[in-house]
Design a protein around this ligand. Structure first.
Ligand code: NI
Length: 168
């Protein structure tokens, strides 16, 4: 397994819309394992392929305390089943160090495939619902900072750009 490099805002590659996964092969399995390892190593609860510069519709999540319940969603879509909003202080491995409150629908039904290509459906709410919606946004080139005011977003952008310059 390998730790992958995570792209950071405002990297334009995070804005690319991902394509559906069509090959359920060994390369996909390797990518999934590397994404899980990368997510755990970075103490994240979710990671989308877009964030590691692979523009395929794939994400991994683990919202468990013990970090031993990985979930894989290939070609995920969702519909809202409970449109009451939940608020969470969201963070993102691509926006390191920043947490801001975002509102999203509380309950969703997720339609996806597993790593072998088998379709499944799952009803989720709470933190898992928020996390999956956040990760699916990545596949569409969206980031949680897009939900914030332009002023807040540009402050985050300039702080991160400064840090990125300093670390080069
Ligand atoms: Ni994120």
């Amino acid at each position: 397994m390998a730790i992958l490099q995570i792209l950071e805002f405002p990297d334009q590659r995070l804005r690319q819309v991902a394509s559906p996964v069509t090959s359920f092969d060994e390369a996909l399995e390797v990518l999934i394992n590397n994404m899980l390892e990368t997510m755990y190593e970075a103490n994240g609860i979710g990671l989308a392929a877009t964030q590691v510069n692979v523009h395929q519709r794939l994400l991994v999540v683990d919202v468990s305390e013990e970090k031993e319940s990985p979930q894989v969603f290939v070609n995920p879509k969702f519909e809202v089943i409970e449109d009451e909003l939940s608020e969470y202080d969201e963070g993102c491995l691509s926006v390191p160090g920043f947490y801001e409150t975002v509102s999203r629908p509380k309950g969703i039904r997720v339609f996806a495939q597993d790593k072998q290509g088998n379709s499944f459906e799952l009803e989720v709410e709470g933190i898992l619902s928020t996390c999956i919606q956040h990760e699916i946004d990545h596949l569409d080139g969206k980031l949680f900072v897009d939900y914030l005011s332009p002023l807040k977003r540009s402050r985050i952008r300039s702080k991160l750009e400064k840090e990125q310059k300093a670390s080069k």
